[in-house]
Design a protein. Sequence first.
Length: 92
Amino acid sequence: MPKFAAKNMPKIVDKNGNSVLFLHKFCKTSFERNRKMAHVISDECIVCGSCEVECPESAIAMGDEHYEIDPAKCTDQAKCVEVCPVDAISKA
Protein backbone atom coordinates (compact mmCIF):
# COMPACT_ATOMS: atom_id res chain seq x y z
CA MET A 1 0.00 0.00 0.00
CA PRO A 2 1.38 3.47 -0.87
CA LYS A 3 2.59 5.61 2.02
CA PHE A 4 -0.10 8.25 1.42
CA ALA A 5 -3.01 5.80 1.57
CA ALA A 6 -4.84 5.36 4.84
CA LYS A 7 -5.76 1.84 5.90
CA ASN A 8 -9.47 2.61 6.08
CA MET A 9 -9.78 4.11 2.60
CA PRO A 10 -12.41 2.37 0.47
CA LYS A 11 -11.21 0.01 -2.22
CA ILE A 12 -12.81 -1.05 -5.45
CA VAL A 13 -12.03 -3.81 -7.87
CA ASP A 14 -11.55 -3.02 -11.55
CA LYS A 15 -13.01 -5.09 -14.38
CA ASN A 16 -9.94 -7.35 -14.33
CA GLY A 17 -10.35 -8.14 -10.63
CA ASN A 18 -7.42 -5.99 -9.50
CA SER A 19 -7.85 -4.16 -6.21
CA VAL A 20 -7.75 -0.39 -6.80
CA LEU A 21 -7.67 2.35 -4.19
CA PHE A 22 -10.56 4.72 -4.59
CA LEU A 23 -9.02 8.15 -3.98
CA HIS A 24 -11.35 10.31 -6.06
CA LYS A 25 -13.63 11.57 -3.27
CA PHE A 26 -10.62 12.33 -1.07
CA CYS A 27 -8.90 14.39 -3.80
CA LYS A 28 -11.78 16.69 -4.70
CA THR A 29 -11.60 20.33 -3.76
CA SER A 30 -14.34 21.86 -1.63
CA PHE A 31 -15.63 23.64 -4.77
CA GLU A 32 -16.07 20.29 -6.55
CA ARG A 33 -17.77 18.70 -3.55
CA ASN A 34 -20.26 21.56 -3.30
CA ARG A 35 -20.86 22.03 -7.02
CA LYS A 36 -24.50 21.76 -8.06
CA MET A 37 -25.63 19.61 -10.95
CA ALA A 38 -25.87 21.71 -14.13
CA HIS A 39 -28.05 19.31 -16.11
CA VAL A 40 -29.82 16.04 -15.45
CA ILE A 41 -30.82 13.19 -17.72
CA SER A 42 -34.31 11.85 -17.06
CA ASP A 43 -35.70 8.34 -17.36
CA GLU A 44 -36.95 9.36 -20.82
CA CYS A 45 -33.38 8.69 -22.07
CA ILE A 46 -33.40 6.15 -24.93
CA VAL A 47 -29.67 5.39 -24.48
CA CYS A 48 -28.75 6.55 -28.00
CA GLY A 49 -25.36 7.95 -26.93
CA SER A 50 -25.70 11.28 -28.75
CA CYS A 51 -25.09 13.29 -25.59
CA GLU A 52 -21.99 11.34 -24.56
CA VAL A 53 -20.34 11.87 -27.93
CA GLU A 54 -21.18 15.58 -28.01
CA CYS A 55 -19.98 16.47 -24.49
CA PRO A 56 -16.63 18.32 -24.76
CA GLU A 57 -15.82 17.62 -21.10
CA SER A 58 -16.54 13.86 -21.14
CA ALA A 59 -18.96 14.47 -18.27
CA ILE A 60 -21.53 11.98 -19.54
CA ALA A 61 -21.24 8.23 -19.04
CA MET A 62 -23.57 5.25 -19.05
CA GLY A 63 -25.20 4.66 -15.68
CA ASP A 64 -27.22 1.68 -14.48
CA GLU A 65 -30.24 2.36 -16.70
CA HIS A 66 -29.43 5.46 -18.74
CA TYR A 67 -26.70 8.03 -19.25
CA GLU A 68 -25.70 10.22 -16.29
CA ILE A 69 -23.88 13.55 -15.98
CA ASP A 70 -20.93 13.99 -13.61
CA PRO A 71 -21.43 17.42 -11.97
CA ALA A 72 -17.70 17.70 -11.21
CA LYS A 73 -16.91 17.60 -14.94
CA CYS A 74 -19.90 19.41 -16.45
CA THR A 75 -19.16 23.01 -17.45
CA ASP A 76 -22.76 23.82 -18.46
CA GLN A 77 -22.14 24.16 -22.20
CA ALA A 78 -25.50 22.48 -22.92
CA LYS A 79 -24.31 20.78 -26.11
CA CYS A 80 -25.92 17.58 -24.80
CA VAL A 81 -29.29 19.34 -24.51
CA GLU A 82 -29.13 20.41 -28.15
CA VAL A 83 -28.48 16.90 -29.51
CA CYS A 84 -30.84 14.82 -27.36
CA PRO A 85 -33.53 13.47 -29.73
CA VAL A 86 -36.12 12.96 -26.95
CA ASP A 87 -35.43 16.05 -24.82
CA ALA A 88 -34.39 13.91 -21.84
CA ILE A 89 -31.77 16.43 -20.66
CA SER A 90 -32.77 19.54 -18.75
CA LYS A 91 -31.35 22.12 -16.35
CA ALA A 92 -31.11 20.83 -12.81
